[in-house]
Design a protein around this ligand. Structure first.
Ligand code: SF4
Length: 348
């Protein structure tokens, strides 16, 4: 009954999204990786652009990592792009470019967790695999009246088992996509719109009147605030940048960052260690970027180098800077760097 009601609703009310209506595993996989940490409305334009640049798994496998990161610029969580690229190489080298029609084999690919494997397996191959994400968790905890902390693995397992029971033998991909849509548009976080819900007559939380209190979740730790000094070190018409090797923002190009510092003396010491001799020219401004587990509170300064000598990184021109993959966290700093290089702005 659950799936019949849900699918009938989906046929009338399912969202029309650019990445829907295909069972091509490459396309489904790309969209699901993009959707992992990015809002559905944002993904559409990136998805279209990414597929125009890398139309199939062979094109992606052959690409340079820097080109993949550049195409991903603005989407954030860049480890997804690096894993996508690595997985494409594996699909070509080990599977002859053919996606494995098997949840466990999909799960073995870099960047593919339980949710993504189930989504691809069901949408591309019609396999009966419930894709357990926030939407499914919310709908099922309310519908079946599961009033335990959904952060506990056994509770999540129970929800997955309930979803497997309710999953129909056909239209498995539509079933998962219908749950995503119901969770996004009707059974939303906070107060759901039960009057518009196809499941309301059978829903436990609707009957009990506690839907807005479900799912039960223990409070998460707030992200850690970190002071970061950003130095825009210019030399003539160039600015110093380096490619990050750290896990956070790995492979992306950033300006001189001194994390955990927030003061100029530490930044200057770090520059000295890189063989950069530069003098401060003033403060450019402040910026903030929120990651999942940390917040960067950035103070951005302009420094002028005495020469282009440096042991790491390199001085790049404005057009080189614009061609490099630069993370969204550097958006304000990049704008100020461009102004400096264009000579539109002097130190404050
Ligand atoms: S009836 Fe309300 S609480 Fe129950 S599944 Fe539908 S929207 Fe969610």
């Amino acid at each position: 009954m659950f799936s019949a009601l849900l699918l009938a609703w989906y046929d009338q009310n399912g969202r029309k999204l650019p990445f829907r209506g295909t069972a091509d595993p490459y396309r489904v996989w790309v969209s699901e990786i993009m959707l992992q940490q990015t809002r559905t409305e944002t993904v559409g334009a990136y998805y279209t652009r990414f597929l125009a640049r890398f139309p199939d798994v062979f094109a992606l496998a052959e690409a340079e990592e820097e080109d993949v990161l550049k195409c991903w610029e603005g989407l954030g969580y860049y480890s997804r792009a690096r894993n996508l690229h690595r997985a494409a190489k594996i699909i070509v080298s080990r599977h002859g470019g053919v996606f494995p029609a098997d949840e466990a084999a999909l799960r073995a690919l870099p960047g593919v967790g339980a949710y993504t494997a189930a989504a691809v397996a069901s949408i591309a191959f019609g396999l009966p695999c419930p894709a357990v994400d926030g939407n499914l968790t919310r709908v099922f905890s309310r519908f079946h009246g599961v009033r335990e902390d959904v952060g506990i693995p056994s509770v999540r397992k129970k929800l997955a088992a309930l979803a497997a029971e309710d999953m129909p033998p056909v239209r498995c991909g539509d079933f998962n996509q219908a749950l995503m849509d119901l969770g996004a548009t009707v059974c939303t976080p906070g107060t759901p719109d039960c009057d518009r819900c196809p499941l309301r007559l059978l829903c436990d939380a609707c009957r009990a009147g506690d839907a807005d209190a479900l799912p039960v979740k223990a409070a998460a730790d707030p992200p850690r605030e970190i002071g970061v000094t950003v130095a825009l070190i210019t030399y003539q018409d160039t600015v110093w940048m380096r490619q990050r090797t750290e896990t956070l923002l790995q492979g992306l190009w950033v300006y001189h960052l001194t994390e955990n510092a927030g003061n100029m003396m530490d930044a200057e010491k770090a520059m000295g260690a890189l063989g950069i001799r530069a003098v401060p020219r003033g403060k450019m401004g402040e910026a903030r970027h929120v990651f999942t587990h940390r917040i960067w509170n950035m103070t951005v300064y302009h420094y002028e180098a005495e020469s282009a000598a440096c042991r790491e990184g390199r001085f790049v021109t404005l057009s080189e800077m614009n061609a490099l993959p630069v993370p969204t966290a550097m958006r304000a700093a990049k704008k100020w760097a461009a102004e400096l290089l264009e000579g539109k702005r002097n130190e404050r």
